[in-house]
Design a protein around this ligand. Sequence first.
Ligand SMILES: O=C(O)c1ccccc1N[C@@H]1O[C@H](COP(=O)(O)O)[C@@H](O)[C@H]1O
Length: 214
Amino acid sequence: MGRDIRIKMCGLRTAEDVAAAADAGAHYVGFVFFERSPRNVTLAEARDMALATPEGIAKVALVVDAGDAALDALMADVPLDMLQLHGHESPARVTEIKTRYGLPVMKAIGIAEAPDLGQIALYSGVADQLLIDAKPPKGAALPGGNALAFDWSLISGRRWTRPWMLAGGLTPDNVAEAIRRTGAQQLDVSSGIESAPGVKNPDLMRAFAAAARS
Ligand SMILES: O=C(O)c1ccccc1N[C@@H]1O[C@H](COP(=O)(O)O)[C@@H](O)[C@H]1O
């Protein structure tokens, strides 16, 4: 545990959010492109945030089953360092996106029970990073960002060939235990640093980073 932990703060909506994430010590900032999400941003808003992001912090766009036209527009307007695929993109689609845009790709994998872990091997050969997240409950409005943690014992002691981040329901209160139980070196948080859906809270951002590094 400790200072080597890398943190992605996702679902930022304003330049003030970016400044607060940078102040808290985030290594990645995430912008959500998913209309049903309270964290959804326009290309113009994302561009403003990307331009306000300090050097050294990776700018990640989160998309869900996006087609080429949407990705072309995103890439044309917003300076990015990584794409996060949070839908049902197949391994072949991950490869296609990597080749077409030349950016590292992180594939989200939803975990609820042991058989879900099989997805990790499926994407390990194609994605640059894996995001091990809670599987959304049936009928959930969002494919992620549901403030839901999965059973961390499912991945306790497991190691994979690709760098990975732990996500799903992380908060300042549970993040230290999540790291202890999973061995995660990278964390992704959204709901747990908010005062209300889509409203980031600088105090919670600082508290999260401090707890992760404690
Ligand atoms: O945050 C969203 O609104 C969202 C929408 C669509 C797909 C993914 C989304 N969020 C991502 O889900 C994980 C876990 O989030 P949380 O910490 O449990 O709120 C994270 O990668 C979010 O960026």
